[in-house]
Write a new protein. Structure first.
Length: 443
C-alpha cells in the first residue's frame, strides 16, 4: 500500500484536496480579519498600540495553549469529524462577538478571539498534515502552495469585506479623530462603530455552521498513518524506536521556525494598519490587503519555480535574505516618499503608500514560501506520530501572539519604523533552518 493510501482508494484525490482547499480559504479569511479588526477595536475600546495588539495575541496564543488538546480530539474523532467540530467552534467564537460589541467589553473581545483561535488550532492541526500526506512527499510543497494561494487570496478579501460591511461610512475615522469629539458625539460614534459588528458576525456564524454540516456529510476520507509508518520503517525512513515528537530534531527546529515565521507574518499583516494610521494613510483598515497581495505574488512564483528552478531549501534561503533586506530598507527609508508604490502600481489608479508602508507590505512576498516549505521538511519520517508532530508545529503559531506584542512595546518606545529591526534575527533563524536545521535527524 502506498504511504499516502486512503480508505477510499478508488476516489480521486481531487475531491479531498478541493475540500481542504475550502478550509484553507476559511483559515485565511478568519485569520486576516485581525488586520482590520485591530485598528477598529482600538477605536471602539480606546486602546494603546500595545493593548490593540493583544487582539492578535489572544487569537494566536490559543495555538500554543490548545494545540495538544486539539491533537487529542483529532486522534479520537478522526480528521473529518475534527474538522466539523472546529467549524462549529468558529461559529461559537463569532457569536461571542455580538455581546462583546453590545457591551464594548475588551475582555469579551479577547475571549471571542481565543475561541476562534482554538477552533483554527483544531482545523489546522487536521488540515495541514492531511494536505501533506494525501499525495507524494516530493509534491507536498506544491499542494501547500496551492492551499496558500487560497489562504492568502482570502487574506486579501477579508479586510476589504470588513471595511465594506463593518466600517462602511466610518472608513476615515481614527482614534485621534474620535477622541477629539465632544463626549456625547464620541460615545454615539463608538456605539455606531460597535453595532456594525453584530450582523456580519451573526451571518458569519451561520455560514460556519453550514460549512460544518457540509464537511460532515462530505466524502472526505481518513488518512491511514499506521500504514505509512510501516512502509517508512521498511524503507528506513521512520525510526520505530522513537515514541516522542521531541526525539526528532528537524521537527523541533521546524516548530521554532514556524514560531518566528508566523511572528513576522503577523507583524507584517496586522501592524501595517496601525503603522499606516500613525502616518496618516487613508483607509488604514484595508492595508493588510497589500501585504496579502504581495504574498499572493510570492505564492504564485513559488508554484511556478519550485522545484523546477529552485529547490525548497534555496527558496527558503533567498526568502530569509530578502526579509533581512526589507527590514533594513524600512529603517533607512524616508516616510514622506511614495516613489516605490508610484512605480509599482501608481499608474493603475490604486492608492499610493509611503515607501516604508510599501516595504512592510513586501514582507508578504518574502514570507510566501516559508510555510509551504517547512511543513513537509518538518513532518518527514514521523509516520504515526504525524498528528502530534503537526500539533507541535501548530504550537509554533504562538509566534503570532508573542512577537507582535514585542513589536508593540518597541514601537511605543522607539517608534514603529525602527521597531521593524526585530524582524532581522527572525529571518536569520529561518535561513539557518533552510541551510542546516531541516537536515538534523538525531540529537
Amino acid at each position: 500500500m502506498q504511504a499516502t493510501a486512503l480508505n477510499a482508494k478508488s476516489q480521486s484525490n481531487l475531491v479531498p484536496i478541493a475540500l481542504i482547499g475550502l478550509l484553507f480559504f476559511i483559515f485565511g479569511f478568519i485569520t486576516w480579519l485581525n488586520g482590520a479588526l485591530i485598528p477598529f477595536l482600538q477605536i471602539v475600546c480606546d486602546l494603546s498600540q500595545t493593548q490593540a495588539l493583544f487582539i492578535a495575541s489572544s487569537f494566536y496564543i490559543a495555538y500554543t495553549v490548545m494545540a495538544m488538546p486539539m491533537a487529542w480530539i483529532l486522534e479520537r474523532a478522526g480528521y473529518k469529524n475534527a474538522i466539523s467540530i472546529g467549524l462549529l467552534m468558529v461559529a461559537a467564537g463569532f457569536l461571542l462577538f455580538i455581546p462583546a460589541a453590545e457591551t464594548h467589553a475588551f475582555a469579551l473581545f479577547l475571549l471571542a478571539q481565543f475561541v476562534v483561535g482554538t477552533s483554527l488550532t483544531l482545523l489546522q492541526t487536521a488540515a495541514n498534515p492531511y494536505i501533506v500526506k494525501i499525495g507524494p512527499q516530493e509534491t507536498a510543497a506544491v499542494r501547500i502552495f496551492v492551499m496558500g494561494l487560497l489562504n492568502k487570496g482570502a487574506g486579501v478579501l477579508a479586510p476589504l469585506f470588513f471595511a465594506a460591511l463593518v466600517v462602511g461610512e466610518f472608513k476615515d475615522v481614527t482614534i485621534e479623530s474620535v477622541n477629539a469629539l465632544p463626549d456625547a458625539e464620541r460615545i454615539e460614534q463608538i456605539k455606531a462603530l460597535a453595532d456594525g459588528l453584530v450582523l456580519p458576525y451573526l451571518c458569519g456564524a451561520i455560514v460556519w455552521i453550514l460549512a460544518a454540516l457540509f464537511i460532515k456529510k462530505s466524502s472526505l476520507p481518513e488518512l491511514e498513518l499506521e500504514d505509512e509508518n510501516a512502509e517508512l520503517a521498511a524503507e528506513g525512513g521512520s525510526d520505530n524506536s522513537k515514541n516522542s515528537v521531541f526525539q526528532f530534531p528537524h521537527l523541533v527546529l521546524g516548530a521554532i521556525t514556524i514560531f518566528v515565521y508566523v511572528g513576522v507574518e503577523v507583524i507584517a499583516g496586522d501592524t501595517i494598519g496601525l503603522f499606516g494610521s500613525k502616518l496618516g494613510v487613508a483607509n488604514a483598515t484595508t492595508l493588510t490587503s497589500y501585504t496579502m497581495g504581495f504574498m499572493l505574488v510570492g505564492y504564485a512564483l513559488g508554484l511556478v519555480l519550485i522545484p523546477r528552478v529552485l529547490s525548497q531549501q534555496s527558496a527558503l534561503l533567498w526568502s530569509s535574505a530578502l526579509g533581512v533586506i526589507i527590514s533594513l530598507l524600512i529603517v533607512i527609508s524616508d516616510p514622506a516618499s511614495t516613489l516605490v508604490s508610484e512605480v509599482l502600481w501608481g499608474w493603475s489608479g490604486m492608492q499610493t503608500l509611503p515607501d516604508i508602508v510599501t516595504f512592510v507590505a513586501m514582507f508578504g512576498f518574502a514570507n510566501a514560501v516559508v510555510w509551504p516549505a517547512v511543513w513537509p521538511l518538518a513532518l518527514d519520517g514521523l509516520g504515526k506520530l504525524t498528528p502530534k508532530g503537526s500539533a507541535l508545529l501548530i504550537m509554533g503559531i504562538a509566534g503570532g501572539a508573542i512577537l507582535p506584542i514585542l513589536y508593540g512595546v518597541l514601537a511605543d518606545t522607539f517608534g514603529g519604523q525602527h521597531a521593524y529591526l526585530m524582524m532581522i534575527p527572525c529571518y536569520l533563524f529561518i535561513l539557518f533552518y533552510a541551510a542546516k536545521g531541516h537536515k538534523i535527524k538525531n540529537w
